[in-house]
Design a protein around this ligand. Structure first.
Ligand SMILES: NC(=O)c1ccc[n+]([C@@H]2O[C@H](COP(=O)([O-])OP(=O)(O)OC[C@H]3O[C@@H](n4cnc5c(N)ncnc54)[C@H](OP(=O)(O)O)[C@@H]3O)[C@@H](O)[C@H]2O)c1
Length: 334
């Protein structure tokens, strides 16, 4: 089979398509014929040798990829035979190996997919979507809220934008520059305000577009100056939820923000929730219901390096997925 193999830690071009042996499922495992594999910002750090502390540093050579969707090709010795042939998605965690035509997955990690959920959408749900569910729980968003989502063109921000809107909230969806506009406006809905942060006057433009409705929540995966401006636009009593800092620096917070304006600042990054599987199930249900229609940026499996570079150079839109040639021949772009 074809798989991306990484033999050293380093820049994106260490990701090379090679001919490798198809793995056999061991006890508790299935073999998935991969139709879509997820690429995550975290993967770019793992590739360079500095993954998150929750993941062990991988042994090389390795095949990256922790999110896998496809059809069960074979089951391990003690696995329920009825999984064979089913459409599934799985977050395989440290097992890795998703950037390939076939990948192993623990049977316990499998979610059966209804036909109406596409493989790329399932990928967006099982990893990034589960984080979005975690964020929504922490933010306790209701229809009364006016929510600013930073990085709404990105994998996580785009889902947060859609899900906050599905809860009835008014949403200001922040994106950076004309090239990213469509990633936000493709989800055209009443109550959703696209805001281009490359315009120096964006905060004023946002205020005008919100017609006097003061923001009550910021869902923030970007940090830096954009997040600081968003925080300053919060109404007294507002809450700023930190999800990440794609800009390189978390939002700056001063004691005055908390004492004088009663703003609450929290993070969803510190602990791991007890039940990630429940969050994955909720994320998949949100896609099946149509509450979230994840924006997906597709690359051929062979172009894994280009997919990493797109994330690292801020050119990706939505959730990045790799498609093996056998999955959708001729449809992946670039
Ligand atoms: N996805 C997850 O499951 C997950 C889980 C936990 C934490 N996080 C964290 O959440 C943040 C967003 O994750 P993601 O998966 O949505 O990443 P992503 O797809 O790469 O999106 C990040 C977005 O941030 C915006 N951004 C603004 N300034 C930026 C800058 N200087 N450099 C790069 N991007 C910039 C970009 O939008 P514009 O170019 O339109 O401004 C980009 O679309 C990251 O910090 C990530 O570590 C993600």
């Amino acid at each position: 089979m074809k798989a991306i193999v990484q033999r050293e830690f380093g820049p994106a071009d260490v990701l090379v398509l090679e001919e490798t042996e198809r793995p056999s499922p061991g006890p508790g495992q299935v073999l998935v014929k991969v139709a879509a594999a997820g690429v995550h910002a975290v993967d770019t750090g793992i590739r360079q040798g500095y993954g998150p502390p929750t993941l062990p540093k991988p042994q090389l050579p390795m095949t990256p990829g922790r999110e896998v969707a496809g059809t069960v090709e074979a089951v391990g010795p003690d696995v329920e035979g009825s999984w064979a042939g089913r459409r599934v998605v799985a977050h395989v965690g440290a097992l890795s190996g998703g950037y390939a035509e076939y990948a192993l997955a623990p049977a316990a990690s499998l979610h059966a997919l209804p036909d109406r959920v596409s493989f790329p959408a399932a990928i967006a749900a099982v990893g990034t979507g589960r984080t979005a569910q975690m964020v929504l729980n922490a933010a306790r968003i209701t229809a009364e809220d006016v929510v600013i989502v930073t990085g709404a063109s990105g994998g996580l921000g785009n889902q947060l934008m859609q899900l906050a809107h599905s809860l009835g909230a008014r949403v200001a969806a922040l994106y950076g520059g004309e090239a990213k506009r469509e990633a936000v406006t493709a989800f055209r809905r009443d109550g959703l305000v696209p805001v281009d942060t490359s315009d120096a006057a964006w905060a004023d433009l946002m205020k005008a577009a919100l017609e006097g409705a003061a923001p009550t929540v910021v869902l923030d995966g970007v940090g830096g100056d954009v997040a600081r401006t968003a925080l300053e636009s919060l109404a007294p009593g507002g809450r700023h939820v930190i999800v990440g800092w794609a800009s390189g620096a978390p939002v700056r917070v001063a004691t005055d923000d908390i004492v004088e304006r009663s703003i609450t600042v929290g993070s969803v990054l510190g602990g791991r929730p007890a039940d990630l599987r429940t969050l994955e199930t909720r994320a998949l249900e949100a896609v099946a219901r149509g509450d979230a229609a994840p924006l997906v940026d597709e690359y051929p499996l062979a172009d894994a390096a280009a997919a990493h570079t797109a994330i690292e150079t801020r050119r990706s839109r939505g959730k990045v997925v790799l498609l093996p040639a056998h999955a959708r021949p001729g449809t992946a772009h670039r």
